[in-house]
Design a protein around this ligand. Structure first.
Ligand code: FAD
Length: 304
């Protein structure tokens, strides 16, 4: 068995693997897709100390750093079940194999919920974005839309309004669902238009990048078009915890609840990164949380 087994090969899992291996303990990492969300990222400009890099390049660097240590890497394998017995945690893989460890770190990340309209996939990273903290500055002085009027959508619209020339916020329902204080702030901004009862039907582009969005007015059924350069989709971030339901404590959003050391509700099971309740889903944060969970797991090992 491993001393520490990490599930997930994104920034959080990679950091955890490096920190665990550096303790000289038997470390393994299993990932469905080594690199995680950064593989789908164009440019990264906010990983402190790296002025600019590309997602796939960053993913290769993560893997190289992990491979510099004695870590067993099992790539392209999905974990499907977690069980515990006699102080050991077992992770069952889709292949049927089972890996055992004294401590497990869950770092399976999250995925952005998509609107599923024509143009979304085609123009991802070419005008379609999901993270205002990451990509907001790329749209400086341009026109953007934010899809989604919940807290994250309204926060994104307020954030972007300070960077871009104009924000159109598109909400499906009759009213925004964000907190009143956020809505008040939003409505005070001169360069934001809020459209409710609107169903996004298509994101348009010129073959290279986004140049507009269409939505259907759900009252009149009329289809309207807005010219713009960017679309931020803010309709939810889904943690990859479906396989863990019923085994450990999750928040109502499905995030793994962790304490300050990354410990979950199960002894010997830690978690880090976008999959947890820790706010602000960013690479730099996932990396720090991964390191912390590995140190938490090591602490647990020397005490048991
Ligand atoms: P992830 O990166 O999601 O990695 C999860 C890992 O777990 C993957 O290896 C996955 O294959 C694996 N996995 C999932 N389920 C299972 C399973 N059942 N069994 C085995 N393995 C599993 N952040 C920034 O800081 N700056 C940016 O510029 C930036 N741009 C972004 C652009 C886009 C398009 C996206 C989608 C995200 C962006 N982010 C950015 C956010 C950033 O990518 C995430 O915060 C970060 O990757 C989280 O790391 P993580 O390790 O927690 O999870």
């Amino acid at each position: 068995p491993y001393d520490v087994l990490i599930v997930g090969g994104g920034p959080a899992g990679s950091a955890a693997a490096i920190y665990a291996a550096r303790k000289g303990i038997r470390t393994g990492i299993v990932a469905e897709r080594f690199g995680g969300q950064v593989l789908d990222t164009m440019s990264i400009e906010n990983f402190v100390s790296v002025t600019e890099t590309e997602g796939p390049k960053f993913a290769v660097a993560l893997e190289q750093h992990v491979k510099a240590y004695d870590v067993d890497i099992t790539n392209l394998q999905r974990a499907e079940k977690l069980t515990q017995q006699d102080g050991m945690t077992s992770i069952q893989l889709a292949s049927g194999a089972t890996l055992k460890a004294k401590a497990v770190i869950l770092a399976t990340g999250a995925r952005w919920r998509e609107v599923n309209v024509p143009g979304e996939k085609e123009y991802r990273n070419h005008g379609v974005a999901y993270c205002p903290h990451c990509d907001g500055p790329l749209f400086k002085g341009k026109r953007v839309a934010v899809i989604g009027g919940g807290n994250s959508g309204v926060e994104a619209a307020i954030d972007l309004a300070g960077i871009v020339s104009h924000v159109t916020l598109i909400e499906f329902a009759a009213e925004l669902r964000a907190d009143a204080v956020l809505q008040k702030k939003l409505h005070s901004l001169p360069n934001v238009t809020v459209i409710t009862q609107a169903q996004t039907t298509e994101i348009h582009g010129d073959g290279q990048k986004v140049n507009g969005i269409s939505y259907k007015d759900r009252v009149t059924e009329a289809v309207k078009h807005v010219e713009l350069e960017g679309v931020f989709v803010q309709i939810g971030l889904v943690p990859n915890t479906e396989w863990l339901k019923g085994t450990l404590e999750l928040s109502r959003h499905g995030e793994i609840i962790v304490d300050a050391k990354g410990q979950t509700s199960l002894p010997g099971v830690f978690a880090a990164g976008d999959v947890t309740t820790v706010p602000y889903k960013q690479i730099v944060i996932a990396v720090g949380e991964g390191a912390k969970a590995a140190l938490g797991a090591f602490d647990h090992l020397i005490r048991s």
